[in-house]
Design a protein around this ligand. Structure first.
Ligand code: ACO
Length: 361
């Protein structure tokens, strides 16, 4: 039997996360991810994934120091970023730039490397943006925690507490998610005993696809198209009848509500003042779920994290072209943690394919 897309195949063990696709629960190293997102910082959860335990005060201070000390974009990386053709999107820039990160030792994946890769991502994005838009590159600062620093780098402004809190929740909830396509890519590359920068380069290339990390901009398109319709439900129905996949709906593992989507939706509801756009998102969600139940019965298609990710990132005034890059900035922690875990007890990934071509002799 062929397991297309490796559906239902378990091919490794992990201590990183547990996804309960039936109950809609996500656990990071024993802790509920939605709870962590409300009670802990980005650095604390990153520490948890990398080291396996939550940090004490001293360990947290040390980690923050390491983050802050690894932010400076080297000149050679600036030249590499500038050399990526103008028409390429931010994920292509990240893929190219991150592949050139200097590693402590090419023969082993270390937490120091994981911190460098995570810490440099905001500056890579900001530097490329400054070139594309001919604006000043914000000076790298060492007085901000990672999420505030990310917002500062991409907006050039001091971020508000509410924005930092909302983005931190999003970034913690999207930090890790088992053997999703990009994490699997990273582990496959690591399994050949290649280096961590190569593994992350594979992951970023995989993240870019619209069926994975590229979905939020598709969600924005869906919402922008929907706002022009008199009958949203009919419009959605036509799309599904024509075989189109609705971006932000469905998931390989969740056959119920995606807990990340629900947690982000909750924050949006709490922060909501007057926002027609959020109301539109609620309408599109309701219409789509009804249509999917009718036209795709039994497939259990609900909103996934990307649907409300699009809503929250838009609320934070993050430009659409940076949605997937922002997802990349948070998932970097999960990828690097998985690469280290893969190397702890490595077996090279090498599945088989059934030959269905001709034999000429
Ligand atoms: N819209 C309409 N129909 C859908 C959707 C959707 N979003 N998702 C699945 N279906 C249908 C399929 O057409 C298929 O129908 P069929 O049985 O009549 O052939 C059935 O549901 C099963 O779908 P598969 O594509 O086989 O499910 P799979 O587990 O392989 O795919 C995936 C999961 C890729 C997420 C899919 O649901 C999809 O393409 N969604 C839209 C893109 C998206 O939102 N991606 C982000 C995912 S979250 C993340 O990566 C962080």
């Amino acid at each position: 039997m062929i397991a297309r897309g490796l559906k239902g195949i378990t091919c490794t063990e992990t201590k990183m996360s547990f996804i309960d696709g039936e109950q809609g629960r996500l656990i990071y190293r024993g802790y509920d991810a939605a709870d962590l997102a409300q009670t802990h910082s980005f650095e604390e959860v990153a520490y948890l994934l990398w080291y396996g335990t939550l940090p004490n005060q001293e360990q947290l201070i040390e980690l923050k120091k390491q983050f802050q000390a690894s932010r400076k974009l080297p000149d050679n990386m600036k030249s590499i970023i500038a050399s990526v053709p103008h028409s390429h999107d931010m994920l292509s820039v990240l893929r190219t730039a991150l592949s050139s990160v200097e590693l402590t030792d090419e023969n082993q994946a270390t937490i120091t490397d994981a911190i460098s890769l995570t810490s440099l991502t905001p500056a890579i994005i900001a530097y490329r943006q400054s070139l594309q838009q001919d604006i000043a590159f914000p000076e790298e600062r060492s007085d901000l925690d990672h999420v505030a620093y990310y917002l500062y780098m991409i907006t050039g402004k001091e971020p508000s507490k509410a924005y930092v809190q909302a983005l931190e929740t999003y970034m913690i909830l999207t930090m890790e998610h088992g053997l999703n396509a990009s994490t699997f890519s990273a582990r496959v590359t690591a399994s050949t005993e290649s280096d961590i920068a190569s593994a992350i380069t594979s992951a970023v290339g995989t993240m870019k696809g619209p069926l994975h990390g590229g979905a939020p901009s598709g969600v924005i398109e869906l919402l922008n198209e929907s706002v022009q319709q008199e009958d949203i439900r009919e419009f959605i129905r036509e799309k599904v009848q024509q075989g189109e996949k609705l971006m932000g709906f469905g998931h390989r593992v969740y056959k119920t509500w995606d807990p990340r989507a629900q947690a982000i939706k909750k924050i949006l509801q709490q922060q909501k003042q007057e926002d027609d756009w959020f109301d539109l998102a609620l309408n599109v969600e309701e219409a789509s779920i009804n249509v999917l139940e009718e036209l795709k019965p039994g497939r259990n298609l609900y909103t996934n994290v990307e649907f409300y990710a699009a809503a929250i990132l838009r609320e934070l005034t993050i430009p659409t072209n940076l949605f997937t890059a922002t997802f990349t900035a948070s998932r970097m922690v999960g990828w690097t943690a998985h690469v280290m875990e893969q190397l702890e007890d490595n077996t090279i990934f090498r599945p088989s394919a059934e030959y269905v071509g001709p034999f000429y002799s």
